[in-house]
Design a protein around this ligand. Structure first.
Ligand SMILES: [Zn+2]
Length: 313
């Protein structure tokens, strides 16, 4: 038993978790790149079969839709186009250079090191490889190490490391596409509730459940109010679910910290974009990355922060 404890302790030590984080970060790069593509392919495939569904078209458009043959032909053409796309999954095909299609050998796919050794260029065509890839790997490695350092060699570290991976993926997918897929936000809610129920994190199941509920409802109310006042969408449902996940992991008490931290950073960056870069105010700025950042900050500094606005805690 003592040996097992030593092995677990080594495995969950900050240096080992840093290496694990680098490897997970490398996989997250694939997820960030491919998950939105997979989702959008799925939605378009649904649209294609829907357009060809005569019964559904009549149900929506009335007794004799004039464009029925056109809609069906469009659906069939869309299905054809989709069928011609190369196969895509999260695990296959292996990573390729986006400019020349050169398949990466294992030694060109080592987190961080390969990018440094290749000096950020494809070994085959010399096209630059985005700095984003090593940055996501380094960020994930750093977050995993920080979790292990802060929470020690126990179950909480495992839970929070999984949460970090989901948050990194969600933040970058949102940044790239303004999508916050359920595939990333719902597991966060489930993870928080399960870990609280198992007693793996210092949050009671009731606090976690209230955190998920209040997290969702608070942003939902703000967004609904904003929509009534401005007649435009400020935030989307993905943001509500992301904050629900944070509430489940950190307990409802942490939500104020998360929202204040992410709004402060979000507002600063938003004002900067509008003033300095001429970003049009109507174009939504994805809020997911700020929420994720606020959540990470609340995880590490939440106790100190909530003492500021919840005296007596
Ligand atoms: Zn290349």
């Amino acid at each position: 038993m003592a040996d097992l404890a030593v092995s677990v302790g080594l495995l969950l030590s900050p240096p080992a978790m840093a290496i694990l984080g680098l490897l997970i970060g490398s996989f997250l790069n694939v997820v960030i790149h491919r998950l939105p593509q997979l989702l959008e392919r799925g939605w378009l495939a649904d649209a294609a079969s829907y357009l060809q569904d005569e019964v559904a078209m009549r149900r929506v458009l009335g007794a004799a839709p004039l464009q029925l043959p056109v809609l069906a032909r469009t659906g069939a053409a869309l299905a054809d186009d989709l069928a011609r796309l190369p196969q895509l999954g999260l695990a296959m095909p292996r990573s390729r250079c986006p400019s020349c299609g050169h398949g990466l050998a294992w030694h060109e796919n080592i987190p961080l090191l390969s990018w440094l050794r290749l000096r950020g260029k494809c070994s085959s065509c010399g096209a630059p490889i985005s700095l984003r890839y090593p940055l996501v790997e380094a960020l994930t490695g750093a977050l995993f190490a920080a979790v292990a350092w802060r929470f020690g060699a126990g179950a909480a570290t495992v839970v929070y490391a999984i949460a970090m991976a989901l948050l990194v993926a969600a933040a970058f997918v949102d940044l790239d596409t303004t999508l916050l897929p359920d595939q990333l936000t719902l597991p966060l809610i489930g993870l928080g509730l399960l870990a609280a129920w198992l007693g793996w994190i210092p949050v009671s199941l009731a606090d976690a459940a209230l955190g998920a509920l209040f997290g969702y409802l608070s942003l939902w109310s703000i967004a609904t109010l904003y929509k009534l006042l401005r007649g435009a969408e400020g935030m989307a449902e993905g943001d509500f679910k992301l904050l629900a996940g944070m509430g489940a992991l950190l307990g409802w008490q942490a939500l104020t910290s998360v929202v204040l931290l992410s709004s402060a950073v979000g507002a600063a960056v938003g004002i900067y974009l509008i003033v300095a870069r001429g970003h049009r105010r109507e174009v939504p700025i994805p809020f997911g990355p700020y929420l994720a950042g606020g959540g990470v900050a609340a995880l590490f500094f939440g106790a100190q922060l909530s003492r500021l606005w919840l005296p007596g805690q």
